[in-house]
Design a protein around this ligand. Structure first.
Ligand code: FE
Length: 337
């Protein structure tokens, strides 16, 4: 962990090492600000250090706090890399001028175009699919089809949704705006609201608990929450359905990373970013949180693979950031709390 005091110490060390012309000092470590918890990321950092001799120091906090800290620290930040979840958050970090573009053949080869920033300021490292989970005693999979269909009257009183305050459904609605335009997207969201069985729920797990308890029939969640819930309660009458397979595909998002604008250990940080896109790290990264590897050559973990394969929406996930503000306003207008 990196304390503010250590940060100052580190900045002082870097300054003087530079003055003394000690070249190795710069390449020997990378400082990471991460919104992903220690248990997810430390195993990969340990392998990276073992392979390269480059130490990784990291600070974990929520994305809002880390972005605020990067903004406040400006040029003096000790951070070389930011790791966070959701393209909306990564997009915001880039928009705020906190990241820098990275040219890397390795990253270009390992990460599909739609899962990284067209301006190359951030790169997806794992994929999260936002899909349908339904009650197997109340819904036949043949009744389900698309996100849009959940706005139809046949789902009245049968839908549960997570609160619109969380970025996940904001990103989904942003992508629907890009696909359908605001007017149609708003009609769909209004249809969802009209079909709600309960007020929007605090999180994905709670939404699935409501579905399992029969309080509603179907909800929208990131699949890793489904994996966690099923690991805890294997008898839950819940199953995954992959929507929009005949059309635009399942809404996906990423967790990802970028190199900070004022990185002091830029070369080492790029090495770490590339490492995170390669086989060794991709296995670990996706597996620990039951996500999907971003690198299409790496197979998902067995538990995740058992949920079946699906077509992803190929729209660039940066769209979720670009249209996030519009999505929040639209959800508000539509009465989605
Ligand atoms: Fe999550």
């Amino acid at each position: 962990m990196l304390t503010p005091r250590f940060g100052r110490y580190l900045a002082a060390m870097l300054c003087c090492a530079a003055l003394l012309g000690a070249p190795a000092a710069h390449a020997e470590q990378v400082v990471v600000y991460t919104a992903r918890i220690e248990q997810l990321i430390k195993p990969m950092f340990d392998v990276f250090t073992k392979d390269t001799g480059i130490a990784v120091k990291f600070v974990t906090d929520n994305e809002g706090a880390l972005l605020a800290r990067l903004k406040a620290e400006g040029k003096n930040t000790p951070a070389d890399m930011l790791i966070t979840v959701d393209a909306g958050n990564l997009w915001e970090a880039a928009r705020a001028g906190l990241l820098q573009p990275v040219e890397s053949k390795t990253l270009d080869a390992n990460i599909p175009t739609h899962l990284r920033d067209p301006q190359k300021q951030w790169f997806g490292l794992s994929v999260r699919a936002r899909t349908m989970v339904y009650n197997t005693q109340k819904v036949k999979p043949g009744e389900l089809s698309t996100y849009e269909d959940l706005a139809e009257p046949k789902w009245k009183g049968r839908l549960c949704l997570r609160s619109s305050k969380k970025v996940y459904n904001q990103s989904l609605v942003a992508m629907m705006i890009a696909e359908h335009g605001e007017t149609k997207a708003e009609q769909i969201v209004r249809g969802w609201v009209a079909n709600l069985a309960t007020d929007p729920l605090s999180d994905d797990t709670r939404a699935m608990e409501f579905v399992a308890a029969g309080k509603c029939d179907v909800t929208l969640v990131n699949t890793y929450y489904y994996g966690r819930l099923l690991a805890k309660n294997p008898a839950s009458p819940l199953a995954i359905f992959w929507p929009n397979q005949a059309g635009s595909g399942v809404h996906v998002n990423v967790s990802g990373a970028g190199i900070t604008k004022y990185a002091k250990n830029e070369a080492a940080a790029i090495k770490l970013l590339e490492f995170l896109s390669m086989e060794k790290a991709q296995h670990l990264y996706a597996e620990v949180n039951m996500e999907y590897p971003v690198n299409p050559r790496i197979k998902p973990d067995e538990v995740v693979a058992a949920w079946g394969s699906f077509k992803q929406n190929p729209m660039n996930v940066a769209t979720a950031g670009e249209l996030q503000a519009a999505a929040v306003k639209l959800m508000d207008r539509a009465g989605y709390r």
